[in-house]
Design a protein around this ligand. Structure first.
Ligand code: SF4
Length: 419
């Protein structure tokens, strides 16, 4: 977990306060009906952030705490926050319980959350309902309970099938426990299993990474997320790097691992639909995460969770304590919001579009921003095409495999060169 949030964290958020949020919508504090979307006309997503972990992993900079004394109060507050959002007026087709580590909660608490959400929000009957779990915090029984609660998709934070790598990452589980969790999830009736893996771990070799991928495929997962290890400021991993106690993989090797991942998984029939994500079929592409890349509205519940409507983003207070206190005082636990300018929207449309294999839909881009994509990027497009970093085909602009490795610098080319 945590990595899952990277899909959202690529978008930057700014600070504001609850009064601004109310002003933004011009509505009372418990009525946050989205002005940009007619009720029931779009399928939005619900994200629920469970901010607890057993122990912090060495590489993780996402918000979670290891003190579980407020778990019960947190779930009570979460349920009240759901009630605050219940009149949001959107139809939802995904519910994603992420974190943190949702599986540190008792399955009865997860059941309580779902049982509250399903009748409260307008959630389509064929919705994708996902939970993230850590192999060190599940049992055959808890997995069965999750399934019985209506969860139909499970994302397991495996990260590696090498105990040495798991130790470097500071994970709480062994490789064997990872395998057991996958088997138990299948036995519990999950037909849509996603596995998270991390490449670029210090001392990792191409051979050991391919072993991780091969091992993962033995379980025929419906989805794979393969993230590149990043050294985030303030994490123990970053400190070890600063102190010279560990060195990141040489860049050419990290790039080579990225390319081998795509080659290997595509050869095995997986669809490489986003920079880090692979699905065994069109049906198992993550419906929820795709919302983050396509500007689809979503509401985020729980500490530090983000919401998005139209051009507006808002986010909750990070601290579990502050979150609970706000809700107990009857106010929304919002910490900030921003209204994306046209320029920001264009930047995000490029960045999020290029992350996806299908790329940017040029027609929709032109219509949305009232521009001509080919005109505003008249120098960048031919240049990047010549270097075989992007391809324009069927009205779309997408990265090539070579270009995917250079996503950030290619986006910078689009954004800086002709602005
Ligand atoms: S399990 Fe590890 S990676 Fe996931 S949120 Fe907790 S500390 Fe971060």
């Amino acid at each position: 977990m945590g990595n899952r949030s990277k899909d959202k964290a690529n978008i930057e958020y700014r600070i504001s306060n609850i009064e601004k949020r109310k002003k933004m919508y011009g509505l009372s504090k418990f009525d946050v009906r989205c002005p940009k979307f007619e009720p029931n006309t779009c399928h939005a997503g619900i994200y629920i952030h469970i901010p607890f972990c057993v122990r912090k992993c060495h590489y993780c900079d996402f918000y979670s705490v290891t003190d579980h004394s407020l778990v019960k109060e947190f779930v009570d507050a979460l349920i009240l926050e759901m009630e605050m959002f219940s009149e949001v007026g959107l139809l939802f087709d995904t519910l994603y319980i992420g974190g943190g580590t949702p599986s540190v909660l008792e399955s009865t608490e997860i059941d309580r959350i779902i049982k509250k959400a399903l009748p409260l929000f307008q959630i389509a009957s064929d919705s994708e309902i996902t939970i993230e779990v850590n192999p060190g915090t599940v049992t055959p029984e808890s997995l069965k309970n999750f399934r019985q609660s209506g969860i139909n998709r499970i994302n397991i934070g495996i990260q590696s099938f090498h105990d040495g790598n798991l130790k470097v990452l500071g994970r709480i589980h062994s490789a064997e426990e990872g395998k057991t969790a996958i088997k138990c999830a299948r036995n519990a009736g999950f037909e849509n299993i996603g596995l998270d893996l991390i490449s670029g771990i210090p001392k990792q070799t191409e051979k050991s990474w391919l072993f991780d991928l091969e091992t993962a495929l033995q379980f025929e997962p419906e989805h794979l997320s393969c993230y590149m290890l990043t050294y985030e400021h303030g994490t123990p991993l970053y400190k070890d790097f600063e102190n010279g106690e560990l060195s990141p993989l040489p860049e050419p090797l990290a790039v080579s691992l990225f390319r081998s991942t795509g080659d290997f998984l595509e050869n095995k029939g997986y669809i490489h639909y986003e920079i880090s994500n692979f699905a065994r079929s069109e049906e198992t592409i993550s419906r929820h995460n795709t919302k983050y890349w396509n500007f689809t509205p979503y509401i985020g519940l729980g500490p530090s969770a983000h919401s998005f409507y139209g051009t507006k983003r808002s986010w909750n207070r990070r601290s579990v304590k502050d979150y609970i206190n706000d809700i107990d005082s009857g106010i929304m636990p919002a910490e900030g919001e921003e209204d994306l300018s046209m320029e920001q929207q264009i930047i995000e449309a490029i960045f999020l579009g290029l992350r996806q294999k299908c790329g940017i839909d040029i027609g929709s881009f032109n219509e949305k921003f009232n521009v001509r994509f080919e005109d505003i990027f008249r120098e960048t497009i031919p240049d990047l095409s010549k270097k075989e970093l992007i391809v324009i085909c069927d009205g779309r602009c997408a990265l090539t495999r070579k270009g995917m490795v250079l996503l950030d610098s290619i986006c910078a080319e689009f954004v800086c060169r002709e602005s």
